[in-house]
Design a protein around this ligand. Structure first.
Ligand code: ADP
Ligand code: NI
Length: 212
């Protein structure tokens, strides 16, 4: 008999099979592993953390559209597994508070804080750089244009309507994330990944300006 976590991993693997938007199965798997690692250093409900991490993107409105009932994929899957309504509701609340959406919101549970940290850690460092350029390319954006300055983004509407360059995304989001980490474990990982992005940007500008 497979346990619920194993079944959930199988479910998201199939769910994200044809997704190349930056929310692929491996993003989910990395968030799950990071969340589990952080959870080991915190007083928390590890099962809630693991299930929320694995299911955090299955109802993302970019993937399923706004018109669908909120959290319908998550609800359908967990109800099929005979998971309790009370725990499903807790997971919906955690997932609802995780996303960045252009502004910082602090989850009101430790489980939410952990999953949010894990999702944000996967947007920075070497993986974060890779994801940003993959996203930019798939949205037909320029990597960099020195004449286009980064914007100050304060609402989710501005975040989603922004069509700026990928380099500007670093200033509009990625370089801010380390200061938004909730847990000490995530802060430490974020500091390392942040430095790596700063080094990357320095090299990028050197090469851009033809410094040899
Ligand atoms: P999340 O689901 O974690 O809230 P998003 O759906 O906003 O994140 O973004 C998914 C990935 O695409 C992240 O790695 C993010 O940094 C990247 N991304 C989002 N918007 C842009 C953009 N305008 N330019 C480049 N990368 C972006
Ligand atoms: Ni995510």
């Amino acid at each position: 008999m497979k346990n619920l976590i194993e079944k959930t991993i199988e479910y998201v693997k199939v769910f994200f099979e044809n997704d190349f938007s930056g929310h692929d199965f491996y993003h989910t798997l990395r968030v799950y592993n990071l969340a589990k690692f952080i959870a080991n250093n915190e007083e928390c409900d590890v099962e809630l953390v693991c299930l929320s991490a694995l299911l955090h993107d299955v109802d993302d409105y970019k993937l399923v559209g706004k018109e669908k009932e909120r959290f319908s994929n998550l609800n359908t899957f967990l109800k099929d597994q005979k998971y309790s309504n009370e725990r499903i509701e807790q997971i919906c609340n955690i997932v609802a508070q995780v996303s960045f959406r252009g502004k910082n919101t602090i989850p009101d549970t430790i489980e939410g804080k952990i999953v949010q940290d894990a999702d944000r850690l996967d947007a920075i460092g070497a993986i974060g750089i890779g994801r940003a350029f993959a996203y930019g390319g798939s949205h037909k954006r320029l990597m960099h244009n020195p004449n286009v300055k980064p914007k100050e983004i304060v609402s989710s509407k501005e975040y989603y309507e922004n069509v700026g360059t990928t380099i500007n995304h670093f200033y509009e989001k990625l370089l801010n994330l380390k200061d938004f980490m909730n847990t000490e474990t995530a802060k430490n990982i974020a500091n390392h990944r942040h430095k790596y992005m700063e080094e990357f940007l320095k090299e990028f500008y050197d090469e851009w300006e033809g410094k040899i």
